[in-house]
Design a protein around this ligand. Structure first.
Ligand code: FE2
Length: 210
């Protein structure tokens, strides 16, 4: 005997949104501007393997196309979640220029709703972006699996591809896995955060987001 009308409901899904920019020259112009900023010392050097730009890139004319795209795409994503708001905006936008094999620890971006990246320069076999299962307690018992699939994986790898934008809810932990690039060529990613403006009016608290 077997059940009739069987269904598998996917509860509380975690969505990752991604797409490719139609005009790759946007990435080329951004790359040039970032090297200009780096040469001018506009940013911080974590080590000789990491350069982090200023975090208000969205205010620079050279980043207008990318900022407009991030605002448009995040508008659609906020609509997927049916989030009430007056408007939304980019809280900060910055770039990481790193060694292609540089690893970055898992972290989240607090005080925003959506986070995203745009791959500007992606040397062959440079480090992938890694996302972690937010349901930590789901790994309390970790059996051996015959194969990895969407139902048993605790990590997801996003392979860097020039011109690709990836966005996710900001609570999702992410990092950069170690790369296997043979050449010492820069990996460049622009990252950004999105927040809403408006009033959240609940019995517990009234949040006025400006
Ligand atoms: Fe991050």
């Amino acid at each position: 005997m077997e059940l009739l009308n069987k269904e598998m409901h996917m509860l509380f899904p975690t969505a990752l949104f991604t797409g490719q920019i139609p005009d790759l020259s946007v990435a080329d112009r951004i790359e040039k501007k970032l090297y200009d900023l780096k040469a001018a010392g506009q940013g911080t050097r974590d080590s000789d393997r990491v350069f982090i730009s200023q975090d208000d890139l969205q205010t620079l004319p050279e980043f207008k196309e990318l900022s407009d795209l991030a605002l448009l795409e995040s508008h659609e994503i906020l609509n997927v979640y049916r989030i009430k708001r007056e408007s939304h905006y980019i809280t900060n936008m910055w770039a990481n220029i790193t060694h292609p094999n540089h690893r970055h620890h898992m972290h989240i971006h607090p005080n925003c709703l959506l986070s995203g990246i745009f791959y500007v320069k992606t040397p062959k076999n440079c480090g992938p972006t890694i996302f972690g299962d937010p349901r930590l307690h789901a790994r309390m018992i970790e059996p051996d699996f015959t194969e990895q699939n969407v139902h048993n994986s605790s990590t997801f790898y996003s392979m860097p591809e020039k011109g690709r934008m990836v966005m996710w809810p900001s609570y999702l932990s992410h990092g950069v896995e170690i790369g296997r690039a043979a050449e010492n060529e820069d990996r460049i990613v622009v990252a950004f955060n999105i927040m809403i403006r408006g009033v959240i009016d609940r019995q517990t608290a009234r949040l006025n987001l400006r």
